[in-house]
Design a protein around this ligand. Sequence first.
Ligand SMILES: [Zn+2]
Ligand SMILES: [Zn+2]
Length: 281
Amino acid sequence: MTHKLIDTHCHVNFQAYKDDAKDVIARSLEDEIAMITVGSQSDTSKTAIELAEKYDGVWAAIGLHPNHLYEQKFIDEQELKANAFVKTRSEKFDFAYYAGLAHHPKVVAIGENGLDYYRLPDGDQAQMKEDQKRTARAHIDLASEVNKPIIVHVRDAHADQYEILKLAIEEGKLVRRGVIHCFTGTYDEAQKYIELGFMISFTGILTFSKELQAVAKELPLSSIMVETDAPYLAPTPHRGKRNEPAYVKHVAEKLAEIKGLSFDEVAKVTTENAIRFFDLK
Ligand SMILES: [Zn+2]
Ligand SMILES: [Zn+2]
């Protein structure tokens, strides 16, 4: 199968697609856009694998999103059934459970996981940050054990996240490294991750954020991948609507414009990057 583009991070396994995941995936694959559908906790990690088993051109990642470590005030109806949410809203990382999923041949990465200090609930926030760090290290251990890369979700926590990754690499872990997904940091932050051997991935935020465009312009294309993070973050011209993997082409188009390259060149290189990085087969 040929892939024109790969949406390296979407959530077609979420409730937002409960009625039409089939159509959404078909639209994307007909357009030669493959995808990696990403779990955010135990349920959605499992449904990610179930979808990946059904389709050529769909792979899965499994992990526990940092926002799912404790009870949340917001309820994301895009993501989970209401009753599933009640059951799993505060989940601890069950290493054995995730290890059981991690060996699946269509699981190409461990995550999404990382540090998210942006949306901490009220309470002992220092403790919450410690919990996030401990869980991040556990994901790194799992990824190292099964020799797969990690998908890092990091928001308002780049300094701590960088330290965790650097230390793990010094300890001989994370041979396959990882990707900083939905990157929204500065050029210097991106550059530090790249020096560690990490990839940087951009969502539709790139289509409307001038600051992020300036960062992407300076980064080497060999370290860049594209994604949607669908159902969230729809790119221009679909802002405010439900996102879907086929829209990753708008991210690639913007990247081409920023870098003064053709769409085809950007599509080719970012796709090769994804195939190499995730070892997609
Ligand atoms: Zn994320
Ligand atoms: Zn995500």
